[in-house]
Write a protein that binds this ligand. Sequence first.
Ligand SMILES: Cc1ncc(COP(=O)(O)O)c(C=O)c1O
Length: 377
Amino acid sequence: MMTEPVRAEALRVAGSGDLPAYVYDLRGLREHAAAVRAALAGTAEIYYAVKANPAAGILRALAPYVDGFEVASGGELARVREVAPGLPVAFSGPGKTDAELAQALSPPVHRLHVESPRELARLIALGAPADVLLRANPELPGEDTRQAAASPFGMDQDGLAACLPLLARAPHVRVRGLHTHLTWAQHDAAAMADLARRVTSWALPWLRDHLPALDGPELDLGGGMGVDYRDPELRFDWKAYAAALPATGARLRVEPGRSLTAYHGWYVTDVLDVKQNHGRGYAVLRGGTHHLRTPVARGHDQPFTVLRRAGGGPALDGPATLVGQLCTPRDVFARDVPVSGLRPGDLVVFALAGAYAWNLSHHEFLMHPPPCFRYLD
Ligand SMILES: Cc1ncc(COP(=O)(O)O)c(C=O)c1O
């Protein structure tokens, strides 16, 4: 779970008084990304969804191992252009401003994912050439797409149909295919591939019927490959997924975020206090969910390892709730989890903190100091 260099760095930052700290294992990240890309070779391109972790060090490490980056704001686009100029970029996201559309067109991004007929009309009005995927949110059989269907993202059949007359009058905006992102936190590679089959068997006929001039259509299948926070060792089976993807002749692309970077970040902190309150054991840790909001956002227990460091002091045994320094009962990393002999001064190293972690957190709340950041090459 925790590599030796990460353990050594955790002890080093603790020794130098720099806690809390985020420690990233860039070597592990590169190896993982290379393995994912190798698994997908010949079946699908891979664009990293920058929203999972946009840190420049992470993007720099990933750049040689992905086909491109998927961004969802002008800020992410600027970051990617600075860190990896020349790497293809797909720009998605609802609510793109005029300034963001202009930024995406100069220079033009590889693909712009259009979210609505009105966004398409605004893009067309800018007059610059653009290569786009229409973001589709179709009604497909199966429970796994219900959440997407109940969201504002993309276009249903009516929305897609409303794009067609606009496109007919705008040859400078070229549709290359469709973009979908229809499920989240799917651990099962076979289920994910089955979704890809349902998408392709709807999308390719749709494109043939409505955009017959389109040659070699692209389908971006989105991200959403799951990370199991109960079992940090379990990983999405990319080889099984690639093997089960439908061979249709369409150019396939995926844009995972969490399943690429989650495994390679750790949040390292120490125990400030232990106590019993109304029959419950608590360990109060330095920092809090203003640094690592993931467990609150998803409602899980963040997996962790304890590194003993303490000299003395009271010990906590049995089920304990690990909390941070914030004055809110929601500042909880893990609830009623087994600990033994946990003392003030011990280190707690949270795993799976490389995605939707620091960048998802409400840093300013209570004005505690920020963590420090260490990137291990
Ligand atoms: C359009 C789009 N693509 C990709 C992703 C990445 O998803 P994940 O990090 O779950 O792989 C998201 C996440 O919300 C998204 O909205």
